[in-house]
Design a protein around this ligand. Structure first.
Ligand code: GLC
Length: 692
């Protein structure tokens, strides 16, 4: 059941698609104080867990830290940060006496003190009124997530090829770079489906252009790479170079598409191309104008994009720069004992993403004007919406790949997200894994982190373990920053192990796709905390480094440097599949309880519940070449029982696939030495089933 309260006049964020009438019935377990702002308090028993908040730092259980909904350009995001790139205002309180969810539909700042100040209290504060708060109750946490999705709409559907491996690097600039990277993968038989193009492909970082000296014929390049089953995935940034004579800018300026300051002047801030103007994505006509621009690249055969810098990130504004110059000059003149460099350090650190700058410009939304800071968190989502609406208009029957950096709930209908600028740190492996269930809860099923780490130099062992961690992530992209060690798999001594792990991924793609589509079309979860399925098992509820995936799979990858295995908690009997490649793995039946599981650097342990199966395809080097109908289910099957598991497949590109029409059942029956597996349209091999 969903209850809605309105406080003030709610700002239309676009997050909700199903009308729930406002009510005055109390929210049991929540104390609400509404004045100038809003404060929600929940008292916690020692055993209560708080799940949710999507893309944030720290644990799967969010209890014990202070978080802020404020989309932030957090380069090298660290554990002490309160915000990352997305604001996903949904939490679930779960404990012996409680189970409810809160979704706060507000586009501005929210502070979540989740037992940070007081051990046994959660306090959620919003500085201003103008929001709807939804209170969700149901039989299970998964049911609450389903309700959220019914309220906010279904998750975005990527094309099938987008489940393949994508190689990326800030620095690939030319057609030659693209060809070289693809060739290096293909020559070594390292699977590959996509090549991300970062800002360097553009002409002077101008959106919707490319440098024709470096890429003389984009359409020819795209066609040539598609011949080898690789698609280009260019980046598009939020800011448009503010340069008279640049067609996109001139047009946007003439059509009044950019945000303005209080005095009516066009707002400008420095980002990659230098001073830039920012489209007011909150207006439908601006979305239509900006969205249409993607078609220039689509007409060259591009089928996927990543939207970046859409918090929006602001490196500086001319106003702030002038203020800081004055401040610095005053400091330098002061006869303080500080050395010069120290005096200048503070002012320069205030330059990027300054809150005062976010208060300098305005948006128009459904006939009203809002200062940016009041609607900050929905800016990026509306950029994603602009792209998605344009794709749908251009080719309504075709799925495009789209993922973005900044997001809020609502954007999950239009695209996926990547988890932003992480670092080549072992701690960020764990963070990657922990964000997967939280993002699933918020509706973002198509997600993943920069494999290998974005900033800092990666190492061969870290990259290999990261590929293992990302084995089931729908978005599986290796991306790194300019100036860091080059981190394509083929650069490392262990490249063959990396290739082998990627063959596991490709063997799994039919299963991952089947689970993804069932979750997306059925408003279900792809990744879940263990506590969702084992509510009575307090050990499982508190596990932070294992997650559930789809029907029947539990992931417990190795997250520590130099470790040759790890401790795993099994809430029930499971089959351990220790993968070395898509065709080389061993099976071990394990009973419920605590285990030390060996996993050498080139091995990844995957667990399948007794009575479930993991159907594998023969590995291929691209999704196009995978055979989705010839599968080998791997699992632990009870003799005498019939195992049934739902199986989904479709053409991988149609925009409105039917769950009912594309869902089949795999059924497996084992009796003594005879094992029979059946599913209409599939050839199933039974030699990797363990019968007991
Ligand atoms: C931002 C993005 C990163 C990209 C870089 C250059 O930092 O998060 O992925 O490589 O900009 O475009």
């Amino acid at each position: 059941m969903i209850l809605r309260h309105d406080y003030g006049t709610p700002i239309p964020t676009g997050a909700v698609v199903r009308e729930v009438p406002a009510s005055t019935a109390p929210f049991p377990g929540v104390t609400v104080e509404a004045g100038d702002g809003l404060c929600l308090r929940v008292s916690l028993s020692p055993d209560d867990i708080i799940w949710g908040l999507g893309e944030t730092v720290r644990g799967i259980n969010k209890r014990g830290h202070l978080y802020r909904s404020w989309n932030s350009d957090e380069f090298s995001h660290r554990e002490d940060r309160a915000s990352l790139y997305g604001s996903h205002n949904f939490v679930i309180f779960s404990g012996p006496e409680k189970l409810f969810g809160l979704f706060i539909d507000d586009p501005g700042l929210i502070t979540w003190d989740l037992a940070f100040t007081h051990e046994n209290e959660a306090v959620i504060t919003l500085p201003e009124l103008g929001q709807s708060v939804y209170y969700l109750t149901g039989a299970s946490p998964a049911e609450l997530c389903r309700q959220l999705r019914e309220l906010t709409g279904p998750s975005y559907l990527p094309p099938k090829w987008a489940f393949g491996y994508i190689q990326s690097r800030w620095g690939y600039a030319s057609a030659e770079d693209a060809r070289r990277v693809v060739k290096n993968h293909r020559e070594r038989h390292i699977p590959l489906d996509g090549l991300s193009m970062d800002i360097d492909y553009m002409d002077g970082y101008r959106d919707f252009t490319w440098d024709e000296a470096l890429i003389p014929d984009l359409a020819a390049l795209s066609a040539e790479l598609k011949e080898t089953h690789v698609r280009l995935v260019p980046i598009i940034d939020a800011g448009i170079k503010q340069e008279p004579g640049f067609g996109v800018y001139d047009e946007g300026h003439e059509k009044d598409c950019f945000v303005r300051k209080a005095d009516g002047e066009e707002f400008s801030a420095g980002v990659w191309p230098g001073l830039s103007a920012f489209p007011d994505f909150l207006r439908p006509e601006v979305r239509a104008w900006f969205g249409e621009k993607y078609q220039r690249l689509i007409r060259c055969g591009v089928e996927g994009f990543w939207n970046d810098m859409n918090e929006p990130a602001l490196f500086y504004t001319p106003e702030k720069l002038a203020e800081l110059r004055e401040q610095a000059a005053a400091l330098l003149e002061k006869d303080a004992p500080l050395p010069e460099w120290e005096k200048l350090k503070q002012p320069s650190s205030e330059l990027p993403n300054n809150m005062e700058d976010y208060r300098r410009f305005y948006h128009r939304l459904q006939g009203k004007t809002y200062r940016h800071d009041r609607v900050h968190n929905i800016y990026g989502s509306h950029m994603t919406q602009a792209a998605a609406e344009s794709f749908a208009a251009f080719r309504p029957d075709h799925r495009y790949l789209l993922f973005a950096r900044a997001s809020s709930i609502g954007a999950h209908r239009y695209g996926g997200v990547w988890q932003g600028d992480n670092s080549s740190w072992w701690s960020h492996l764990g963070l990657n894994l922990r964000m997967m269930p939280s993002l699933s809860m918020a509706g973002f099923l198509y997600t993943g982190a920069d494999i290998g780490g974005f900033s800092c130099d990666t190492t061969g062992d870290l990259l290999l373990r990261w590929l293992e961690v990302a084995l089931f992530s729908p978005l599986m992209r290796n991306h790194s920053a300019l100036g860091t060690r080059e981190q394509e798999a083929y650069r490392f001594e262990r490249w063959e192990d990396m290739r082998n792990i990627l063959t596991v991924r490709y063997a799994l793609i039919p299963y991952i796709y089947s689970e993804f589509m069932q979750a997306a079309l059925g408003n279900g979860l792809l990744f879940r905390p263990l506590g969702f399925d084992y509510p009575e098992d307090d050990t499982a509820r508190r596990v932070e480094d294992q997650v559930l995936f789809g029907h029947g799979v539990m992931l417990a990858p190795v997250l520590e440097q130099n470790a040759r295995g790890r401790h795993v908690y099994l809430p029930e009997d499971m089959l351990l599949i220790r993968f070395r490649s898509g065709e080389d793995f061993d099976l071990e039946a394990l009973e419920a309880g605590h285990h030390w599981v060996e996993a050498q650097l080139n091995e990844v342990p995957v667990f399948v519940r007794r009575g479930s199966v993991l159907p594998l395809a023969a590995p291929a080097e691209s999704v196009d070449e995978l055979n989705f109908t010839d599968l080998t289910p791997v699992g632990w099957v009870d003799s005498g029982a019939e195992l049934r598991t739902p199986w989904y497949d479709d053409d991988g590109v149609s925009t409105h696939p039917s769950l009912a029409e594309n869902l089949r059942q795999i059924s497996i029956r084992a009796e003594g030495d005879t094992v029979e597996a059946y599913c209409p349209g599939l050839t199933l091999h039974t030699d990797c089933l363990m019968v007991e």
